[in-house]
Design a protein around this ligand. Sequence first.
Ligand code: SF4
Length: 399
Amino acid sequence: MDPRSAYVHIPFCHRRCFYCDFPVVPLGDRADGASSGSVAAYLDLLHREIATSPGGPPLATVYLGGGTPSMLSSVQVAGILQALERRFGLTPGAELSLELDPASFDQARLAGYLAAGINRVSLGGQSFDDGVLLDLGRRHRGADLREAAGWLGLAQRRGDLVSWSLDLIQGLPSQNVAHWDGQLSAALALEPPHLSVYDLSIEPGTVFERRLERGELALPPEDLAADLMDLTWARLTAAGYGHYEVSNYALPGHASRHNRVYWSGAGWWGFGMGATGAPRGRRRAHPRTRAGYEEALAVRAQEPAGAEEGMPFDERLMVGLRCREGVNLERLARQENLKLSQLEGLRQRLAAYERRGLLRIEGPRWRLADPEGLALSNGVLREMLAWWQDVEPLPAPAL
Ligand code: SF4
């Protein structure tokens, strides 16, 4: 089935944060997308990619992420939305999301984005603590975050913005329960309708990895990290947020429709350098450099469109289990031409998780208990993938 969602990657940032390994192009603290030749050249490529894509049914969700998309002017953002609309169309009420970085936009620019059609914003706050923000290499400070969140709340109350989300990072170096509790209180005081709470992960090639190797990074031990996660769940669910995915919480009616597409296996288009898409179920990662992206576009222009494959079984398993509602494993197995008896081997591998109540098997549906099972999802997923390596699918039936 053709996707009805698109992710568009805007790779520009003012500077690279110390923990970040995303495909980004740092332009300097004073850079602005509207006057940068580098941004203009990239947008030309992006427009070319969208205009020459196969097209498909109207899009129900669009997500402009990065990078720092708020380095673009509202005219540049409007241009991307118009290009998508020309190629695909947009459904009435489509969810059109934009990532914003505090201190990279003001109220006038926000008004321009909303006038361009953006109706959902994801604010990359990460922390309210200036010392932490400095350690992370972020450019904004707690006051910038509070101010930006205030503008978003105001826009939502006025009906100019349908929803907005605040991103936070938990499990930061030297974090303790009291500090994290204070961060959650600060976040809840801003009343974001949606919260994404990510665990810090140390990625290869980052400043954080080098600090860790030098013994300069005091990461919370495992039991403290679990306490922080439990606290997040307790505080946010007590405040009325539903935990609809490992890292995502939302007030009723504010779960991100675009996020759900990633985990549902429905597929999405990916546009831009470093973007990942899964059109018609086939996962594709774009080159992570501008030169590679430009070259790939040139090569694609020469290629005939090929037959699409389904999203691999292990990916569908992983994305399904990250959601609170879990995954219909029997249906997945049938689609993969597996015997249901083959699932017994997987059940045995995961028996310890099931005995502890972390994995719930309810008829055909397998799901992780919320929050304890979701918090341990990496262990369960590792077992599942190890099982999948050994499974022999049946020969495909003759057509
Ligand atoms: S602003 Fe976001 S994308 Fe840019 S370097 Fe920092 S973490 Fe990475």
